[in-house]
Design a protein around this ligand. Structure first.
Ligand SMILES: [Zn+2]
Length: 338
């Protein structure tokens, strides 16, 4: 099965052999567009998509009207619905035109057929295994380094944005599309509080009035894995979460500074606006990209009416509350070794 899926393209193979997965992915996307008309249309439609910007104190939130995302935004992710559908990330259920690049023997690089980014990839495990960050965090770091020339990589937890909570996967899209990629330093300087720093890792807590999140910056993979695992164990013990503590993670890598991991712990997946009827309804199903500063509205009525007040209300409900964030900060300060 795997053999049938893998892309046969000399240029892609040459780039992969040189460990240049970023360029390989770019060439691969172009080649998929030439043989997969629906995919090409999806990317073409992004060119005429409507976007508006809201300026907050020190950062930007973009709102993207993206009708193609309706399937994902309204996806039923309860256990029963998941059990009853065919897993769309399993090899045998991929669309016939879909090909993939094999990554480190157990992942694929696939083109996302419902793009938010101009270059949008899904990075699934080749096996049907649960969406869990514990045990796969090192893969997130590898992907993010190997794709870093052009792309940011992200993870959506099974209960806060992953539309395949039963199949392990990450995603990636072009760098600087999410305002956070460019604005992070500014936001950290204005709203950040350093929790721990040594010569290997720098951990901060940031509350910009909309988002509360933790940043972990390091050139050392082993240090990041160690801290993340300790952090994860703390969250799990403290909040007794079902499946896994709700979180979205953005991973940005640069040769000079190494990894920048942003962890957005969540209170809820969908705010009350999602469930309202009539005028008050706003269909936003926030995940990593929204945390990064691009809110996706698949319905035009929401795009037209959404206000900065609505954006504040939505984040207030879905992001970890102030009290719990204080507990998280204390937890990080107490991590052994720090
Ligand atoms: Zn699957």
């Amino acid at each position: 099965m795997l053999d049938k899926i893998l892309i046969r393209n000399e240029e892609v193979e040459r780039l992969v052999n040189n460990d240049d997965y970023s360029s390989a992915a770019k060439v691969f996307l172009s080649s998929q567009k030439t043989v997969w008309a629906k995919l090409a249309d999806g990317y073409k439609s992004l060119e005429s998509i409507k976007v508006k910007r809201f300026e907050f104190d020190g950062f930007t939130i973009k709102v993207q009207f993206n009708p193609g995302r309706i399937v994902s935004s309204s996806a039923r992710v309860d256990q029963k619905s998941i059990k009853e559908r065919k897993c769309f990330l399993c090899l045998e259920n991929l669309p016939p035109e879909q090909r993939g690049i094999l990554y480190k023997k157990n992942y694929l690089i696939l083109v996302n057929p419902f793009p938010i980014f101009n270059e949008h990839f899904t990075l699934p495990s080749i096996n049907h295994e649960l969406q869990r960050i514990k045990g796969s965090f090192d893969s997130l770091l590898s992907f993010s380094k190997d794709l870093s020339k052009f792309y940011t990589v992200f993870y959506n937890g099974p209960k806060c944005g992953a539309s395949a909570p039963d199949h392990l996967h990450f995603q990636s899209g072009e760098k600087y599309f999410m305002p956070m990629d460019r604005e992070f330093e500014k936001i950290k300087n204005k709203y950040g509080e350093n929790l721990f720093k040594n010569d290997r890792i720098n951990i901060s807590a940031i509350d910009d009035g909309l988002r509360r999140f933790i940043s972990m910056e390091s050139l050392h993979k082993e240090s990041l894995i160690k801290y993340f695992n300790n952090f994860y164990d703390f969250l799990e013990k403290k909040f007794h979460s079902e499946d896994e503590p709700m979180m979205n993670i953005l991973s940005f890598y640069e040769e000079k500074n190494g990894w920048r991991i942003l962890i957005f712990n969540r209170e809820k997946h969908r705010s009350s606006h999602y469930f309202e009827e009539g005028e008050k309804n706003i269909l936003i199903s926030a995940a990593s990209v929204d945390m990064g500063g691009v809110l996706i509205t698949p319905l035009e009525k929401d795009f037209d009416k959404i206000s900065s007040e609505n954006i504040k209300e939505i984040f207030k409900e879905i992001i970890l509350n102030k009290e719990k964030f204080e507990i998280v900060k204390e937890g990080i300060r107490a991590i052994p070794g720090s």
